[in-house]
Design a protein around this ligand. Structure first.
Ligand code: HEC
Ligand code: HEC
Length: 455
């Protein structure tokens, strides 16, 4: 019956309005019980893309236009990026043999299941040892033996799965909710390529880079590969519940806490799968392209080792993010005058460290490529609309950790550990942001410190 209905919708669509993409995508959702996740075939930005053309607009779709080639509406964009193919931009469809892609699909299916039966199944300590996952790698070993590092990675990953609640049952529930509420924008595999993924002010997030923008985690030491930009599960819950104001992403406040939790878990599943796939592809393309690599001969064992280890390390990073919540010290501005003095100091922080990107407080176009090769505009900070929330603690986290995916640097180094009786430069910046977005506060700030003039 359901199939019939969908067939009718498809027929009506074909006859009525001309939107072939719609019929295709509905078919995919209808087939959710039998579908497999697609193996990535879109272009992967892995290096410096330069600066976007000035006339371009924020939210422009990522490198997909490159594949359209002659039909691309943005010929100049294509001309700028085409020479970067093969170096800063990899093409997993062309750069990997069909055999390799098939093997990857089999590895990924074993570790992550299907849309109808999603799992997160990292290899166990025992299997990791049998596979010798660290054979091909030295990353993150820091003086440890391969055996020690293997055991540690597998133990950390298992702990993360447990802590994040990524049980088969929760993931299966999350998958159904995701297809109902999210896939239309974020796409069946979390690639941000659903039917409604149009160039608005921002493209729907592609989870497959393992990087998120509005996070409250930051590694205390030297970050491991893939650690920066990892959210806490709470960050995902918050983004889903509240939406991201100023973007297409709606609030899902009508869903229950349990539903939001299952959705967040499923987003993690898609993200871990996608990041492992991305890392594996990047590594395999390097190996097959570079004849001087130590180990140019791809072997099935190497592919399996590489993927198994990527899954372990990625999950380890998710676990670390849970543990590394940004410390937000209490605000130390008891009186309105303290607050103005803090905002005035924040104005100077802003001029010296933020204004180069947020030119004219973000009102001047100053486009950047983010890690997805999507175009972003440093936020217009006079409006008081923030995707990641507008409470003091939200802004504190943003300034502290920066927005790794969008090139906004962190200020952690400057903050250090601030003694309780001393001004905290991050709170100062936050108080300035709050004053900047409020016409009355802006006037008061100008009266408090006449050298500060904001037109
Ligand atoms: C109408 C389109 C749309 C729908 C529906 C939608 N999203 Fe989004 N979502 C977006 C856009 C656009 C962004 C990126 C906004 C940005 O980059 O500022 C986004 C970003 C996100 C992010 C990333 C937040 C971050 O910190 O980077 C998460 C997580 C997310 N969405 C989860 C979901 C989930 C789960 C659902 C379903 C319950 C959903 N979205 C439904 C459009 C949508
Ligand atoms: C290298 C460029 C760069 C610098 C320097 C920079 N930003 Fe940003 N900032 C951005 C970009 C790009 C965005 C938009 C991110 C997006 O939506 O992808 C942004 C967004 C923001 C946001 C919006 C967050 C949200 O939740 O929507 C705030 C607040 C912000 N920046 C504050 C600051 C402050 C304060 C400083 C200085 C301490 C600063 N930025 C320095 C590039 C920069």
């Amino acid at each position: 019956m359901r199939r019939l209905l969908l067939a009718l919708v498809a027929a009506a669509t074909a006859a009525g309005c001309d939107s072939p993409a719609l019929t295709v995508d509905i078919a995919h959702i209808a087939d959710a019980t039998t579908a497999r996740y697609p193996v990535r075939s879109d272009l992967m930005p892995v290096g410096d893309l330069g600066a976007p053309p000035r006339w371009y607009s924020a939210g422009a779709p990522p490198l997909r236009v490159l594949k359209l080639d002659a039909a691309a509406p943005d010929a100049e964009f294509v001309a700028q990026l085409k020479p970067k193919l093969g170096r800063a931009i990899l093409d997993p469809e062309k750069d990997l043999t069909p055999e390799l892609r098939k093997e990857l699909a089999a590895f990924l299916d074993a570790a992550f299941g299907t849309p109808a039966a999603p799992v997160v199944r990292p290899v166990t300590v025992k299997d990791a040892e049998k596979l010798k996952v660290y054979e091909a790698y030295t990353e993150g070993r820091a003086g440890k033996s391969a055996a020690q590092a293997t055991e540690e990675a597998a133990t950390e990953a298992a702990a993360a799965v447990e802590q994040l609640g990524l049980t088969d049952a929760a993931l299966a529930r999350g998958a159904v909710l995701y297809r109902r509420w999210c896939a239309e924008c974020h796409g069946p595999s979390g690639a941000g390529d659903g039917i409604h993924a149009v160039a608005g002010t921002a493209m729907p997030r592609d989870y497959r880079r393992g990087v998120f923008k509005f996070v409250t985690a930051f590694p205390p030491g030297t970050p491991r590969k893939g650690e920066l930009g990892k959210p806490r599960k709470d960050d995902l819950r918050r983004s889903i519940t509240n939406g991201l104001p100023g973007s297409m992403m709606p609030a899902f406040a009508q869903l229950t806490t349990a539903d939001i939790d299952d959705l967040a878990g499923y987003v993690i599943h898609l993200s871990v799968r996608g990041e492992a796939e991305f890392d594996w592809m990047t590594r395999m393309i390097q190996l097959t392209k570079n004849p001087n690599e130590d180990d140019p001969d791809y072997s099935r064992a190497l592919g399996q080792q590489t993927l198994a280890l990527r899954v372990l390390l990625t999950l380890g990073n998710w676990g670390r993010a849970e543990a590394n919540r940004i410390p937000v010290p209490p605000e130390n501005t008891p009186t309105p005058t303290d607050r103005l003095a803090s905002a005035a100091r924040g104005f100077r922080v802003f001029t010296s460290t933020c204004a180069s990107c947020h030119q004219n407080y973000g009102r001047t176009q100053q486009l950047k490529f983010d890690v997805w090769g999507t175009v972003v505009q440093p936020r217009n900070l006079t409006l008081g609309v923030y995707r990641g929330g507008r409470r003091g603690e939200d802004l504190y986290a943003r300034v502290y950790a920066g927005i790794y995916a969008s090139t906004m640097p962190d200020s952690k180094a400057k903050a250090g550990a601030v003694p309780a009786d001393q001004p905290d430069a991050i709170w100062d910046a936050v108080h300035f942001l709050q004053a900047l977005a409020d016409p009355r506060d802006r006037m008061l700030l100008g009266q408090f410190d006449p050298t500060i003039r904001i037109e």
